[in-house]
Ligand binder design. Structure first.
Ligand SMILES: [Zn+2]
Length: 103
């Protein structure tokens, strides 16, 4: 059997056909969604250059990390506020105890 005339890689799916099974599938997908949409997806997904992918990944990681850091800072501040409130209560009770012992 001959090679596919589209991908030039696989063998054709029928004796008198020109394309392989996968290329026929691509043809049906293009017929279903339209050549512009399929071409746009290929351009935006597969043909993105490595540098812009790297930059995008770095920015996503940076966003994620800054979010986590701000959540941790927020948690730490809440703990400090609770500890401050507990310390204030302890001091108040100590003052009251001192007043009671003096009387
Ligand atoms: Zn093919």
């Amino acid at each position: 059997m001959a090679h596919c005339k589209f991908c030039l890689n696989n063998t054709v799916d029928t004796w008198f056909g020109s394309w392989c099974e996968k290329c026929h599938k691509l043809q049906r997908i293009i017929a279903l969604f339209g050549i512009d949409k399929v071409s746009n997806i290929l351009d935006t997904v597969l043909l993105v250059d490595f540098d812009s992918q790297k930059t995008k990944v770095k920015s996503l990681i940076k966003e994620e990390l800054s979010e986590r850091v701000s959540k941790l800072i927020e948690k730490k501040e809440k703990k400090h506020r609770k500890l401050d409130a507990i310390e204030e209560k302890i001091e108040e009770t100590n003052h009251e105890d001192n007043k009671l012992t003096k009387v």
